[in-house]
Design a protein around this ligand. Structure first.
Ligand SMILES: C[S@@+](CC[C@H](N)C(=O)[O-])C[C@H]1O[C@@H](n2cnc3c(N)ncnc32)[C@H](O)[C@@H]1O
Length: 207
């Protein structure tokens, strides 16, 4: 089946007990940039089946907290500090549920959100940009000043405008292409660090 080939990372995930091969993308980002710390409070948007949640839970330890959200049902995790919400992140009631479940400001908001792919690159890119902008709106509401936003996005002509938005709201924005991303995929990850605070939303980028 297209896109579901049993490649190296797929097999590795099976062997090592990760629920998704996507866990290796986040693992690489964590190794390079150390975005999670012991005790971090994290929101993971588009969390099913839960590979990222497994990794984040291990990095933050029992003193941290994670709220995972997905349209799909996510199987529970053994860690007690993981709260799962099944819902659409574009719905305002889901955003207030996240806020309540988090119990404070977030240190990190991650988004591995993917639209249902049509195979039409331009359409998939635009829908991915929409999801990333919604994830950014959630991050803006929840992040503490200095916090981190990490989001997957499919490349295309609107990418630069999303990067420009991030540059306006965070001290540093990078593009990261993990080795575990499939060669044929147009996905990249935007890593924005040093949130300037909700009052800066929409300001001009300091480029
Ligand atoms: C690539 S998967 C995430 C994999 C996950 N990071 C892991 O490691 O298991 C993308 C997820 O985004 C979810 N998604 C897409 N649109 C969404 C929306 N509007 N609200 C919530 N979840 C959404 C999909 O249901 C899908 O499970």
């Amino acid at each position: 089946m297209m896109g579901k080939r049993k490649d190296h990372y797929y097999r590795k995930a099976k062997q090592e007990g990760y629920r998704s091969r996507a866990a290796y993308k986040l693992l690489e980002i964590q190794k390079r940039f150390a975005i999670f710390e012991r005790g971090s409070r994290v929101v993971d948007l588009g969390c099913a089946p839960g590979g990222w949640l497994q990794l984040i839970a291990a990095e933050i330890g029992p003193e941290g907290r994670i709220v995972g959200v997905d349209l799909q049902k996510t199987r529970g995790l053994p860690a007690k500090n993981v709260v799962l919400i099944q819902g659409d992140i574009t719905a305002p009631n889901v955003q207030s549920m996240i806020r309540e479940a988090l119990g404070g400001e977030a240190d990190v908001v991650t988004s591995d959100l993917s639209p249902n792919l049509t195979g039409i690159g331009f359409q998939d890119h635009l829908r991915s940009c929409e999801l990333t902008r919604t994830a950014l709106a959630v991050a803006r509401e929840l992040l503490r000043p200095g916090g981190v936003f990490l989001a997957k996005i499919f490349q295309g002509e609107d990418l630069e405008s999303v990067v420009t938005e991030l540059k306006g709201e965070f001290e540093r924005t990078r593009r990261v292409v993990p080795r575990a991303s499939r060669k044929a995929s147009s996905e990249i990850y935007l890593l924005a660090q040093g949130f300037r605070g909700a009052s800066c939303a929409g300001s001009n980028p300091a480029v």
